[in-house]
Design a protein around this ligand. Structure first.
Ligand code: ZN
Ligand code: ZN
Length: 153
C-alpha cells in the first residue's frame, strides 16, 4: 500500500467526517470493559495514527475523559448528534489518536489487526486468532481497582 493512501469515514448521521493518511501506526482489537462500554458490544477495534495523520473534517464531538486502572487518561469522543463513538486519546500514547475501526466507509476493514488486548474479559463466543495477544495489555500497570462493572472481575 502507498503510505500516503487516504481512507475516509464518519459517524452514523454523517455530520462527523474524517480521513486518515497512510498506514496506521498501530492497530488492535480490545476486549476491555472500557471498550465494551464505549461501543456497546464485545470488543473495540482501534486504529491508531500519529495525530497529524488523522484529520477531523467536520462535525461536533463530545469528549468524555476518565482515568483507567493504570492511572492513564482515556478520552473518548462521540458525535454530539448521533452518539457514534469515533476517536480517543490515551495519555501514555501522546502522539497517537485512535479511530474506531467500524467507522470507516466501505471497504471498512481495510487495515490488518496487529494484536489483541484484554482477553480476560473476552466474550466466550468471539473466536479471533491474533498472533500477538494479551490477557491485559503490555502497558497495564494497575494503580487502583475499578468496580467490577469496569474490570470484569
Ligand atoms: Zn453523527
Ligand atoms: Zn480497550
Amino acid at each position: 500500500m502507498n503510505n500516503k493512501e487516504k481512507h475516509s469515514g464518519g459517524c452514523a448521521c454523517g455530520k462527523v467526517r474524517y480521513s486518515s493518511i497512510g498506514k496506521p501506526a498501530r492497530t488492535g482489537l480490545c476486549h476491555c470493559r472500557y471498550c465494551q462500554l464505549r461501543t456497546g458490544t464485545a470488543f473495540g477495534i482501534s486504529v491508531y495514527f500519529k495525530k497529524e495523520n488523522l484529520i477531523i473534517e467536520s462535525g461536533n464531538l463530545k469528549k468524555y475523559p476518565f482515568t483507567t486502572e493504570s492511572g492513564n487518561t482515556f478520552e473518548t469522543s462521540f458525535c454530539t448528534n448521533c452518539g457514534t463513538s469515533m476517536f480517543w486519546t490515551l495519555s501514555h500514547m501522546k502522539d497517537l489518536m485512535g479511530a474506531a475501526g467500524g467507522t470507516y466507509d466501505p471497504p471498512t476493514f481495510w487495515f490488518d489487526i496487529h494484536r489483541e488486548l484484554f482477553k480476560r474479559t473476552k466474550a466466550e463466543y468471539v473466536s479471533i486468532n491474533c498472533p500477538e495477544n494479551h490477557k491485559t495489555s503490555p502497558s497495564y500497570k494497575p494503580i487502583k481497582k475499578d468496580p467490577s462493572r469496569l474490570d470484569g472481575d
